[in-house]
Design a protein around this ligand. Sequence first.
Ligand SMILES: Cc1cc2nc3c(=O)[nH]c(=O)nc-3n(C[C@H](O)[C@H](O)[C@H](O)COP(=O)(O)OP(=O)(O)OC[C@H]3O[C@@H](n4cnc5c(N)ncnc54)[C@H](O)[C@@H]3O)c2cc1C
Length: 440
Amino acid sequence: MSTPSTDTLIVVAIAVGLIAITVIPYVRSLRHREETNVRRLQASVEAGLDEPPTLHPVVDPAICLGSGACVAACPEGDILGLVRSRPELLHASRCVGHGQCAAACPVSAITLVFGTAQRGVDIPHVKGDFETNVPGIYIVGELGGMGLIRNALRQGRQAVEGIARHERATDDALDVLIVGAGPAGISASLAAMQAGLRFATVEQELPGGAVRHYPRQKLVMTEPMDIPLYGRVDLPKAGKEELLSLWDDVFTRTGLQVRSGERLEGARRDGGVFHAVTSKAEYRARHLVLAIGRRGTPRRLGVPGEERDKVAYFLLEPERYRGQAITVVGGGNTALETACALAAVGPETRVTLVHRSAALARATEVNRERFAQLQREGRVELLLQTAIGEIGADHVRLTDAAGVERQIDNDQVFVCIGGELPVPFLTTLGITVERKFGQA
Ligand SMILES: Cc1cc2nc3c(=O)[nH]c(=O)nc-3n(C[C@H](O)[C@H](O)[C@H](O)COP(=O)(O)OP(=O)(O)OC[C@H]3O[C@@H](n4cnc5c(N)ncnc54)[C@H](O)[C@@H]3O)c2cc1C
């Protein structure tokens, strides 16, 4: 048997060396990424942020090749990641159901579903024309289970086009009362204008919907969308601010009026007409279009003084509060993000976070760390195991776990203690909802 020549040995050594130089770092970085992903997944489970709020991907491990195409395709950043070579939802609570992961999978291993085996998601039953089991009440947009701006715009328009084919109201009733002015409600309202219907649109906050609550400068991914009376808009990648400017332009150019700060509180049917009660007025309407999304209505503290103008449930422009004494109530991500955004305005703004529990356990590690840093810098104060007893004109009254009361200066209160979900409200209207446990 002949022995390999020196040349052959050198070639083999170079080949082995090259493989070692390229493959070993690759394998190491892969392993490092997987370890990071495992830690992220654990952190999100511990913080209770592992439940997807809406449509989300489920991967069939028998089909998945572990190519990572879905991870690369997710426009929301680090929501998906490979764990043991399979994609996992690392930050499930931030998944918005784009579905681009499913589209990118080369072997169709991803199905988009509602709910998980542990936690069901209630989806109201609607017919093809978006009418619910209660004749005359329609549900459009994210509330019906289908996320994304483009879908919300399409459904709002289609539902109202269907309503416009019905007989018009002959008395003083509205043809349709549209509730919510997110993408679905804006589109429904414009379609009502276009069809010459008698309508009103009520919105509990300001028009814009969930978009208004996106993090600052969030990149929004949308496919081309048709906005009634405005035309086709193609903004494949826009910032949150750009999208809000688009809504402003839509309002200016079409003249659409929305009754902001007005919340639907209940409705009952009397003959062929609904009597709807809002926080400001009563309406009679032949049809109701519920375009109220799934985020719900901010939960209230229920303490004296909460009706004061200085109490708000979400922060839009932190700069407006420069130099003020601000109390933020709550211990979750929204409360911490609100407190941090206000503290970042400048050292002259005094921010106190008040939380009734003993720890900030429901916030992500990133938010907790950011808050702790500001606390070390003396920019925010944290009062745990403390409750608000009363909101006065220039102060709030607090009570600690031992029952000791104190008063702190206050110009503005932000209440960030979660929301009342819209589904119980639907059942009071007689609308049937179905609980989905991980079903497509
Ligand atoms: C962080 C985040 C990022 C996202 N990113 C994208 C993205 O990049 N691309 C994309 O296409 N989609 C994205 N989405 C999803 C998209 O925002 C929603 O699918 C869309 O806004 C749904 O529109 P909607 O009109 O059905 O509901 P919403 O936008 O939620 O609007 C509902 C409106 O109804 C109002 N309302 C609720 N209850 C009442 C009541 N009782 N009375 C009066 N008014 C009421 C609310 O105040 C709100 O303004 C994202 C969602 C989130 C949370």
